[in-house]
Ligand binder design. Structure first.
Ligand code: PLP
Length: 374
């Protein structure tokens, strides 16, 4: 049986160069980068170099990159530490389709008395700038809108949303976990204040990521303790993973165009094969989306059943719905884009990576046909 991994929006395989770059720091050069003696210099130099490499990939300054344990921590930091930082403005605006790392951080600050507004999206998952203009006012402290959605891939009009936010003197954060390393990002050009990223989404190791914080942004530290990360996020640095993250990100940025072309080609092939097979489905998301993130809703199917049947055929995908004994629960994203129930329940997300092949696409479609036409 073929083994086909097509859940890259959940996590990606570790790049071999990134893996090799980690090894010396796990074995020989294990020094603590905060120490003064010469043995720690290799770790300290590697930390500095990784910060420079990562900053270059998003056109930031090295001192604007703060290493974290991943996307969830970066999102928690951005939301909570901005909410409780200085100033009279308090309200936060986000969208209904954010990842739970943002939504649940927002719920936490709401419980502490901070007002949060959750913007609706249109049927393709886009936050309309006009809607933000309607909600934003002088009480808004921060707007946090994800760069690209993890379930349907939709890319947001970040520059426009950021402009509107700044016109009211508020800060703009974006959860770019699904975007960094996949599409070009220039933080200076976009003029955003904060950006979250996670290495395991771009072929780096798990449990490492970063938060970009524009110089001068008022935000409280995430963790108090040692002086690491410019005194903003204490704790001995995970040098091996940081180094690997830099290698993976630089490599992904260098091959972005060719990988993207490859994924778009595979996606076109899959869509045309599904249409030829005369399966009744809709494709969710907007035309402007992360290459290879394919959300499909099959009429009168059960997403969880599809996931398990595909799993038995060696194919790993995600679903947009979960069953309990009585009901099928549709994800908050599919609800927000108003996919009708008879389609939404049968949603799967196929997210492709550079190592996927045409042969695998044929196999996935054949497998879907076997399951759905039975
Ligand atoms: N934000 C988005 C959009 C994501 O897709 C994810 C992971 O799926 C996260 C945040 C959380 O990232 P991490 O797994 O690094 O904590």
């Amino acid at each position: 049986m073929m083994k086909v991994y097509v859940d890259h929006a959940a996590t990606t395989p570790l790049d071999i160069d990134a893996f090799n770059a980690m090894k010396p720091f796990l074995l020989n050069d294990f020094g603590n980068a905060s120490q003064q003696y010469s043995f720690a210099r290799t770790a300290k130099a590697a930390l500095k170099a990784a910060r420079v490499t990562i900053a270059k990939c998003i056109n930031a300054e090295p001192e604007e990159i703060y290493f974290t344990s991943g996307g969830t921590e970066s999102d928690n930091w951005a939301i909570k530490s901005t909410a409780f930082a200085f100033g009279n403005h308090r309200a936060i605006i986000t969208s209904q389709i954010e990842h739970h790392a943002i939504l649940r951080s927002c719920h936490a600050v709401e419980r502490m008395g901070i007002p949060v507004f959750y913007l609706p999206v249109d049927s393709s998952g886009v936050v309309q700038p006009d809607i933000l203009s309607e909600y934003i006012d002088d009480s808004t402290k921060m707007v946090s809108i994800m760069y690209a959605n993890n379930e349907i891939g939709t890319i947001q009009p970040i520059k426009k949303l950021c402009e509107i936010t700044h016109s009211k003197g508020a800060l703009f954060h974006t959860d770019a976990v699904q975007a960094v390393g996949h599409i070009p990002i220039d933080v200076k050009e976009l003029d955003i204040d904060m950006l979250s990223a996670s290495a395991h989404k771009f072929n780096g190791p798990k449990g490492i990521g970063f938060l970009y914080i524009k110089k001068g942004t008022q935000i409280a530290p995430y963790a108090d303790g040692g002086a690491q990360e410019f005194g903003m996020r204490a704790g001995t640095e995970n040098i091996a993973s940081i180094v690997a993250m830099a290698v993976a990100l630089e490599k992904n940025c260098n091959r972005m165009k060719s990988v993207s072309d490859h994924l778009i080609g595979l996606e076109k092939l899959m869509t045309s094969l599904l249409k030829k097979a005369e399966l009744d489905f809709i494709k969710n998301g907007s035309p402007k989306k992360i290459p290879g993130n394919i959300s499909l809703s099959f009429k009168n199917a059960e997403g969880e059943m599809l996931l398990h049947r595909l799993d038995l055929m060696g194919i790993s995908v995600s679903t947009g719905s979960a069953c309990d004994s009585k009901n099928t629960q549709i994800s908050h994203v599919l609800e927000a884009v108003h996919v009708s129930e008879n389609y939404a329940k049968g949603t799967i997300r196929i997210s492709l990576g550079y190592e996927n092949t045409e042969e695998e696409i044929f196999y996935i479609v054949q497998s879907l046909m076997k399951i759905l036409k039975r």
